[in-house]
Design a protein. Sequence first.
Lengths: 129, 132
Amino acid sequence: MSIEDNKVAARAFMNATVRGEVRDDMLAADFVFWNAITGELPRETILSMPNALKEGIKGELKITETGITAEGNKVAIEAVSEAELKSGERYGNVYHFLFEFAPDGRIKRMAEHLDSSRVMPLLKALGLV
Amino acid sequence: MSIEANKAAARRFIANLPKDIIEEDRLAPDFTYWTIPTGTMSRDLLTAPGPKMSKLFDGPATITETGITAEGDRVAMEAKSDGLLVSGKRYSNIYHFLFVFTPDGLLREVKEHMNTAHFTETLGPVMMADAQ
């Protein structure tokens, strides 16, 4: 797949996670998610994330891309998010995601680099910690 | 400059950073350095004389590249650091840096995305104590 195809797929996945529209065929069989707090999570956890997000968040987590860098099978996306948790607490974060793609265009690895000191209320709401 | 030249410049910057070596002639006049805990720091702050990082560590600290993605004037670099702080705690952070270059290859912007929770537990208190 081309760099531009990978950018489109990375953006689609990022938006699908917050809308509860992640499809099984977006992820490679050995897909792994990582962030500094949760460590590595398998694809099953990520596929069930949208339901957890609906449980923990009032309305929708709004995620906005602020920059993109792509080369070979990798796409790095800068982004910011904003949401209101069911608890009434405001949640927002700053990201520098990295997506790595398999040759068939599916996502093999997603590393969510974010402000880990701010993420605990959301991870608790999602039951991930 | 080429993508490969920008990658080389980003690698050089990272190798020099823990040693307090800042090559001023490779920075754009409007250079900024951003991290979540510090916010945006100016060129003047980064190039002020005197040690900044090395004095916070007991012995050498290192930053090692673990992945790189470059396009146009941008270089995104995954990396990890390791060093023993003067407090006795180990600082081993995980990064996804972003470097932005000018068309003539000067470094305009560095964004240091890292595990802020680890920073708060380890390097943060050492920096605060040093600033007092």
